[in-house]
Design a protein around this ligand. Structure first.
Ligand code: HDE
Length: 704
């Protein structure tokens, strides 16, 4: 960036310096403002001119001896590393995990031994299928990967926002990912499973049906990373110092509750702000509204595992919380954005094999496959075996071993000893410790070598059905709509039909809705199931988002559309009420410069109307003056603002003056209880109180 250009302002932007008048090009910009240190090459040589290459005469050819130019371009040419083959698009932040009480009777893991102790963490959220530059609101699983820098080494809990997975055997992972990502001949569609290859694979993979229910549900279009759950998915073990093992499933519970957007909104958010999720996390942390989750454990033993309806090693199954309650043991707080996206978020290397003493694996086949894959992929991505030296990956406890050399070795071991055993009495180097060291749980293993799928993994539909029947009617409708949408993008009729045959094994009404939505000429027969679907599994209310809504509007955002002459008293009261709720208010105006209120006070706008559509907010307030409403009524972006807010079931606070705009936007006939008056200062509290329900879902019911 030329020194004369204005840098983007962020919460951390440096103060602007006067860089002088723009020149005609080519002039040197020496220590602007007298505060900059000298620019140097990578070798530390001060640079005299960073604007012009070295050439023979003003109009002559470039000279090869221009070491500064060659080094600068060489480095630029190598700025990218391979993006992750899955989970390429992600966003990370620093924070800490705080342990609530000692858990020594469950695990010897050091981070769980002392009440109140904080362990530093780095968390990276991600989508799965899209490339690094894809949009945030893809219908997709979200990664939720946590690196705990414990005193006994790094523990990586590499989870998702859904508790099950598509496949049971890691052998199928490359096929699954190939089928889901863009098709190889055309290189599209990007970040979407709404295409033939994805549904061809899915419809030939009955074990995927449970996960399909989750991915077609609103869980796949979260409103923010802050409002989603996380799951370790596999069954792990916690092991005490005495060697006692307890099975565990890990859960992250967002303090602010769960929330998703609706599909039509997701599609529009992707256009309005493809960085919606990363910006939300960045803004929350930058403004000190630190996102929090609680860590929950589902604990069980062999006796439970033996009588549970499904195999606890099968990653396509979960254990309903009603059967094994989630015990909260600590909290995760994200309180620091990265200093540099590449150095930290891009280079962070999670490996499922990174466990600490007291945490152990089970024989979940997918987990075992992952333990190979992650280490292997980091070698390719980060270029050598020393990626653990990069600060974001380096443990914050002592690291002592005789591993040495290799690409980009950063540590400098001292002395002569690089092996053990050795007999160098003065500096023998580190030694193994049978007591402090990691002890694998000595599970007895006996069995023939074979390539088989356990019979206990054969029920593919019962939990898919249980998930579906646990949802509210509205959430069930969203699942049917999502399936209809995705399968309508599938061009091959036989694939659509095959999918409906699976749905018949999950829920007849769902299959019927989708068959009608696709306008199949005839409903196919159900696909023969390896095991018949169980109808006796009780619904699990915890699986629904809407049945577990948060009690407050905290952490949410109101978009207030204002014009010149906006009622000063109403605006001030609204700002106050929103703030008191722990929410955020953004002003949207016809021009970004802002508006003058009825008292003549100027308010800078946060967004110009076209850049601040209502899809970016949880609720909206429409506060034009009488003249302002006439102006807004003529603007398509203003009409969309209110029409979308209504269609997306949002609460709309409004001044009486907004009527002409509502008429032009086609919402005047649909004013319902989700539209609340904002005509006097006293109305603000009632509007914010209504917003606590997040959406006015009754509007959807009325429309159905
Ligand atoms: Fe991953 N997965 N995965 N995965 N996964 C990767 O590792 C893999 C699976 C998950 O923010 C890759 O560093 C296999 C389940 C997250 O950096 C790769 C199998 C779950 C992230 C890989 C699975 C996950 C990854 C790609 C089936 C939830 C992003 C780049 C056997 C429990 C981590 C990388 C980050 C990333 C392999 C299945 C979660 C290739 C082989 C199940 C959150 O190693």
């Amino acid at each position: 960036m030329a020194a004369s250009q204005k840098p983007t302002q962020t919460a951390t932007s440096p103060t602007l310096i006067d860089a002088g008048k723009p020149g005609t090009g080519g002039e040197t910009h020496q220590t602007a403002g007298g505060k900059s240190p000298p620019l140097t090459t990578q070798q530390g040589v001060p640079v005299a001119d960073d604007q012009n290459t070295l050439r023979a005469g003003p109009r002559g050819p470039a000279l090869l001896e221009d070491f500064h130019f060659r080094e600068k371009i060489f480095h630029f040419d190598h700025e990218r590393i391979p993006e992750r083959v899955v989970h390429a698009r992600g966003f990370g932040a620093h924070g800490y995990f705080e342990n609530y009480k000692p858990l020594a009777d469950l695990t010897r893991a050091d981070l769980f031994q002392r009440a109140g102790e904080q362990t530093p963490v780095f968390v990276r959220f991600s989508t799965v299928a899209g490339n690094k530059g894809s949009a945030d609101l893809a219908r997709d699983v979200r990664g939720f990967a946590t690196k705990f820098y414990t005193k006994e080494g790094n523990w990586d809990l590499v989870g998702n926002n859904m508790p099950v997975f598509f496949i049971q055997d890691p052998m199928k992972f490359p096929d699954m990912v190939h089928a889901f990502k863009d098709e190889p001949d055309r290189g599209f569609p990007q970040a979407a499973t709404a295409h033939d290859n994805a549904w061809d694979f899915i419809s030939l993979t009955p074990e995927a049906m449970h996960m399909v229910m989750w991915v077609m549900s609103d869980r796949a279009i979260p409103r923010a990373f802050r409002f989603m759950e996380g799951f370790g998915v596999h069954t792990f073990r916690l092991v005490t110092a005495q060697g006692k093992s307890t099975y565990v499933k890990f859960h992250w519970k967002p303090k602010l509750g769960l929330q998703s957007v609706v599909w039509n909104e997701a599609v529009k958010i992707n256009g309005a702000d493809p960085d919606f999720h990363r910006r939300d996390l960045w803004d929350a942390i930058q403004t000190g509204d630190f996102p929090e989750w609680e860590l929950g454990l589902q604990l069980f033993d062999d006796a439970f595992a033996d009588q549970f309806e499904f195999d606890v090693l099968d990653p396509t199954k979960m254990i309903p919380e009603e059967q094994v309650p989630v015990q909260i043991v600590g909290k995760l707080v994200l309180n620091r954005t990265v200093d540099n996206f590449f150095a930290e978020t891009e280079q962070v290397a999670f490996c499922t094999q990174n466990v600490v003493p007291g945490v152990d694996f089970t024989n979940d086949p997918l987990l075992q496959g992952r333990n190979f894959s992650y280490l292997d992929t980091q070698l390719k991505r980060l270029g050598g075996p020393n990626f653990t030296h990069i600060p974001i990956n380096a443990p914050k406890c002592p690291v002592m071993n005789f591993q040495q050399d290799g690409h980009m070795a950063v540590r400098t071991p001292k002395g002569r000893v690089n092996y053990e055993p050795n007999s160098w009495a003065d500096a023998p180097g580190p030694r193994e410790s049978p007591t402090a060291g990691y002890q694998t749980f000595p599970e007895a293993i006996n069995g023939p070598k074979q390539r088989v799928r356990s019979e206990t993994f054969a029920d593919h539909y019962s939990q898919a059905r249980q998930f579906y029947v646990s949802q509210t009617a509205l959430e069930q409708q969203h699942i049917a709509n999502a399936l209809t949408f995705e399968l309508s993008k599938v061009q091959t009729l036989a694939i659509r039909v095959r999918m409906v045959s699976h749905l018949l094994n999950i829920d007849g009404e769902l299959a019927d809705k989708v068959a009608k939505g696709l306008r199949l000429k005839e409903t196919p027969a159900a696909i023969p199931a390896a095991k018949p679907t169980r109808a006796d599994l009780k619904p699990s209310p915890k699986l629904s988002i809407l049945k577990n809504g948060p009690p407050s509007f905290k952490g949410r955002k109101v978009g207030a559309l204002v014009t010149d002459g906006v009622d000063a008293g109403v605006l001030a009261a609204l700002v106050k009420a929103v703030k008191a709720e722990g929410a955020v208010l953004k002003l949207i105006a016809p021009e970004v410069g802002g508006v003058k209120d009825s008292a003549g006070v100027w308010h800078d706008a946060d967004e110009k109307l076209e850049g601040g559509p209502s899809v970016l907010f949880d609720a909206v307030a429409v506060l034009p003056s009488k003249d302002g409403a006439d102006v807004l009524a003529k603007l398509p972006a203003a009409r969309d603002f209110v029409a979308d807010a209504r269609a997306h079931r949002k609460f709309v606070g409004h001044a009486a003056a907004a009527t002409p705009l509502f008429e032009k936007a086609g919402v005047a006939d649909g004013i319902d209880e989700g539209f609340l008056p904002l005509n006097k200062a006293g109305d603000a509290d009632a509007f914010v109180a209504a917003c606590r329900k997040l959406r006015f879902w009754d509007r959807a019911a009325a429309e159905r």
